[in-house]
Design a protein around this ligand. Structure first.
Ligand code: SF4
Length: 290
């Protein structure tokens, strides 16, 4: 079977930095233990399990808020995830005397700085992002006059204040175009700073370039990862290629390979490379099935 290994794929600089920050904290004898992570350090459960095996404690934020989780910690050190963190959480940790290491990606931080800058200048902020995603939760905690827009119907009717638009760094290049177009139609003088990060942009573009005459595309990653889900959606909807989002090689259904001669593989920015390599190696060893 012909296998196209799409590049770039896999870990981005922010994910690499965040995982390294946790490991450094764990191995540094001067860092207070235990090491906690509020929410997933990056959105991949295999990464979380590997860190748990070391002894790092991940506090899952799908139930309680990160503020509530911070409240439950009495000692040790906290690592804050690559997606950014509500300042109220940092403040609470400082009040409790719990040291923290902020592993927020610099691209996320740049977006947060823009939000604070334009909010201070008196703008209403439109933030294009996914409801409940930690980056969007942190971004919308930075000021009061901020509106989260996930789809066109979320665009609010607002007052006379000038509007500044920015976005979650892992948003889809295609979905954001439509939303920004609709915002401009309604508010022609809006100031826009589109902040999809280079890692997201390059991975999405690479799929579009690679998926030509491809029978099937596998995206390897965790369904909780926004950038992974976007890669699958772009493959399916923009390149019109049959697409499967899988977490590991064990998720490959042989029935999907019947009649497939050419298959492409990519992975989300938080997917360990060994998981993608296992998928590629498995497919390379498959004979075409009729
Ligand atoms: S996907 Fe982009 S913003 Fe998110 S951690 Fe990676 S480089 Fe940073």
């Amino acid at each position: 079977m012909e296998v196209i290994s799409i590049t770039p794929r896999g870990y981005c600089k922010g994910v690499t930095k965040a995982i390294q920050a946790v490991k450094n904290a764990y191995y540094d004898p001067t860092t207070k233990k235990p090491i906690y992570v509020l929410g997933y350090i990056v959105h991949n459960k295999h990464v979380i399990h590997e860190l748990e095996e070391l002894g790092v404690i991940t506090l899952d934020d799908r139930g309680d808020s990160r503020l509530a989780l911070a409240e439950s910690i009495e000692s040790g050190t906290v690592v804050l995830s690559a997606h950014g963190t509500d300042p109220a959480v940092k403040l609470r940790l400082e009040e409790k005397g719990i040291p923290y290491i902020d592993a927020t990606c610099e691209d996320v931080d740049r977006t947060f700085d823009l939000i604070k800058e334009y909010s201070n200048k008196g703008y209403t902020i439109f933030y294009i992002g996914k409801h409940k995603h930690p980056e969007a939760v942190a971004a919308t905690s930075l000021c009061t006059d901020i509106h989260l827009i996930e789809q066109i119907s979320d665009i609010p009717h607002t007052n006379e204040k000038p509007i500044f638009v920015t976005n979650q760094t892992t948003f889809s290049l295609f979905e954001i175009k439509e939303i920004i177009h609709s915002i401009i139609e309604r508010y022609p003088n809006t100031l826009i700073s589109e902040e999809i990060c280079d890692a997201t942009r390059l991975r999405q573009d690479a799929i579009i370039q690679a998926n030509v005459n491809v029978d099937l595309c596998y995206i390897v990653g965790d369904p909780r990862s926004n950038n992974t889900k976007n890669l699958a959606l772009i493959s399916e909807n923009i390149t019109n290629t049959k697409t499967k989002l899988i977490e590991t090689v064990a998720d490959i259904d042989i029935a999907d390979l019947i009649g497939v001669n050419r298959v492409s593989v990519s992975s989300g920015a938080s997917t360990p490379s060994r998981l993608t390599k296992e998928v590629i190696d498995f497919l390379k060893n498959q004979k075409p099935l009729n």
